[in-house]
Write a protein that binds this ligand. Sequence first.
Ligand code: UT7
Length: 332
Amino acid sequence: MEKIHAIITGVGGYVPEYVLDNEQLSHMIDTSDEWIMARIGVKERRLLNEEGLGTSYMARKAVKQLLEKTNTDPLTVDAVICSTSTPDYQIPSTASIILGKCGMTNAHAFELSAACSGWLFAMDQAACMIESGRYKKIVIVGADKMSSIIDYTDRQTCPIFGDGAGATLVEPTTEDLGWRDSYLRTDGAGLPFLCIKSGGSASPVSSFALEHKLHLLHQEGRTVFKFAVTNMSDAVGRIAERNNLNKDNIDWVIPHQANVRIIDAVAKRLDMPMEKVMINIQHYGNTSSATLPLALWEYEKQLRKGDNLIFTAFGAGFTWGAAYMKWGYDGA
Ligand code: UT7
C-alpha cells in the first residue's frame, strides 16, 4: 500500500482591525518606538477590542475564509483542533464553539494547549491522524486573544503581544509531499518564567489575585529569551541535519514571531538569508498560537509545490520544536 502523507491544502487568517502602534504605547507606558523596534521588532499589533468577543470570533473568521477558499463543505470535515491559551471559556472548549459556528457538525472538536508552540504540536497531531488513514479532512486553528491576558502597565511584556487567528486544512496525499519529520519537546521547569499564576484549578481567581494582577501573563523576559534562542536553534539544527537540509535546499523557514532577535538567531543557525525567513512580527507582534499559520497566510502566494519548509516554535511550559514539511500546492 502507498504511504499516506499529510499536506496542508489551504490557509485562512484573520486579524482584528484595531491597531495599537508604538506611538500610542509610548503614551501608556515608559517606552519608545526606538526601544521596541531595536529590542523586539514590533511596530504595531492588532487588538480585538470589541466588548464580548473572544478568541472564537477571530478563529471562526479564519476558518470560514479557509473553507470558502478551499471550496470545502463544512459537513465533510472530520476533526477540528484548536490550539489556544486564551479560550473563550474554561468550559466548553473554544474548538466546540468554532465547530458550531462554522457548521462542521460531522466532526469532533478539541483543544490543544501548548502555548506558543500550539499550532506546531497540533499540526504534528493532525499529521498522525491523517497518516493513520482514518481522517480525510482536519481543520487546525491557532488563535489567541493575547490582549485578554496582558497587563498594559508592564512595559517589558505588553509591547510584544497581539491578537489573531490562522487556520489550515490538512488532507491526505500519496504524492511525495507533506509533513516529513518533527522534533518536539517540553520542559516543565519553565513554569515560573512564563505563566498565569491565578485562574486555574491550583489557584482559582480571588480578589487577592485580581488586586495583584495574578490573572495576567507573567514573563521573565531575559530567561525566556535565552531558552527560546537555545532550544529553537537546537531544534532547527537537528531537523535540518537528519533530513539533509541546508541553506541551498531549504526554501522557507517559518519561525514563531516572538522577538526579531530570536528569529535572527534561528536564521543564523541555519545560515539562511533573511529573505527566505517568513517575518510578520513588525505588524502583528506575537499572536502566540496564531503566528505560524498567519505567516503561511501572508506568504501563501509565494509558496510553490514541493518547497522545503522548516517550522519552529517556542512557548510557555517550556514547549518547543521544529518540523520539516514539503509544501503541497502552488500559492499563486
Ligand atoms: O512567545 C513566548 C516566548 N516569549 C519570548 O520569546 C519573549 C522573550 N524575551 C524577550 O523578547 C525580551 O527579553 C524582552 C523583549 C521581554 C525584553 O528585552 P531585553 O532586551 O531582554 O530587555 P531587558 O529585560 O534585559 O531590559 C533591558 C532594559 C532594562 O533597563 P535597565 O535595567 O537596563 O536600566 C529594562 O528596564 O530595558 C528596559 N526596558 C524597557 N525600556 C523601554 C524593558 N522594557 C522596556 C520598554 N521600553 N518597553
